[in-house]
Write a protein that binds this ligand. Structure first.
Ligand code: HEC
Length: 236
C-alpha cells in the first residue's frame, strides 16, 4: 500500500515533468516563429533615429558586458600604467576616439550623437571597466554597435597606451586633457613618437617609472621596437 502510494506520486511527478517539457518546447517554437516573422517581415525598425526598445537594449547590454568580462579575463594587464604610457595614449585617443567618445571639456562629434547605441562619454564610462577590459574592447571592437576593432591596425603596446589614457579620463581635468598629446605633433597621432616604455603586450612591466615623466621619450635604454612608432598603417 505504501508502495502503491509511492509509485503514484512518482507517476504524477513524471507526468507533470512531461507537461513542463512539452510546454517549454511549445513556447520555444512560438518564440522561434515570432522571431522568424520579425526577421522576414521587416517588423523590427532598424532606424537609428529611434531609441532601442528596452528589451533589445537590455539584451544587447547584458550580452556585451558579460562577453567582454569573460574574454578579458585571459588578458594580462601591465602591473602599472606609467605616465609615459598615459602620455603616449593621448594623441591616438584624440584622433581615433574623441569624435565618438568625447573627453574632458570636449564634446563628441555631432554625427556621433546620431549613433544607436550612442557611444558613451568615456569620462564616465571608463570607470566601469577594468584596464584589461578596455584593452580588449579597443583591440577587438564590439560587433553590431559601431565600436571599431583597432587590433588589426595597432600593436598591443599602442593599445595598452590608449587603455592607460582611457583609464585616466574620469579623473582628468579639461586642462590636463588639452595639454596631453597636444596638437603639435604634425600629423602623427601617436603622441611622443619614441615612447617605448613598459608593458609590452604580455605585461612585462617596466619598473623604471622615473623615466616616465618625459613625454618626449628620453628613456635610457631604447628598445628597438619603439611600440608607438613601429606600426605604419592607420585606419583613416
Ligand atoms: C565610430 C564611433 C566609435 C569610435 C571611433 C570608437 N568607439 Fe568606442 N564605442 C562606440 C560604441 C557605439 C560603443 C558601444 C556603446 C554601447 O553599446 O554602450 C563603444 C564602446 C566603447 C567602450 C565601452 C564603453 C561602454 O561602457 O559602453 C570603450 C571603453 C570604448 N568604446 C573605447 C574606445 C576607444 C579607446 C576608442 C579609440 C581607440 C574608441 N572606443 C573608438 C563607438 C566608437
Amino acid at each position: 500500500m505504501a508502495d502503491r502510494q509511492e509509485g503514484g506520486r512518482r507517476d504524477r511527478g513524471r507526468v507533470s515533468g512531461l507537461g513542463v517539457a512539452v510546454g517549454a518546447l511549445g513556447l520555444a517554437a512560438l518564440l522561434g516563429i515570432a522571431g522568424l516573422i520579425a526577421v522576414y517581415t521587416g517588423a523590427y525598425n532598424v532606424a537609428a533615429t529611434e531609441e532601442h526598445a528596452s528589451f533589445t537594449r537590455w539584451a544587447f547590454d547584458t550580452t556585451f558586458h558579460n562577453s567582454v568580462e569573460s574574454r578579458a579575463d585571459d588578458v594580462a594587464a601591465p602591473a602599472a600604467f606609467t605616465p609615459a604610457m598615459i602620455a603616449a595614449g593621448a594623441g591616438p585617443y584624440k584622433t581615433m576616439c574623441q569624435h565618438c567618445h568625447a573627453g574632458p571639456g570636449v564634446e563628441r562629434a555631432e554625427w556621433a550623437g546620431g549613433m544607436r547605441p550612442r557611444p558613451p562619454h568615456l569620462t564616465e564610462a571608463a570607470a566601469e571597466w577594468e584596464p584589461q577590459e578596455v584593452f580588449w574592447l579597443v583591440k577587438h571592437g564590439v560587433k553590431m554597435s559601431g565600436m571599431p576593432a583597432f587590433g588589426p591596425t595597432h600593436g598591443d603596446q599602442a593599445i595598452w597606451n590608449i587603455a592607460a589614457f582611457v583609464k585616466q579620463l574620469p579623473a582628468m581635468t579639461s586642462e590636463e586633457y588639452a595639454r596631453l598629446g597636444g596638437g603639435q605633433q604634425g600629423g602623427g597621432h601617436h603622441g611622443g613618437a619614441t615612447q617605448a616604455t613598459g608593458a609590452g603586450g604580455g605585461g612585462s612591466q617596466s619598473s623604471t617609472p622615473q623615466a616616465a615623466g618625459a613625454p618626449g621619450g628620453t628613456q635610457g635604454s631604447a628598445p628597438a621596437d619603439a611600440g608607438g612608432a613601429a606600426h605604419g598603417t592607420h585606419p583613416h
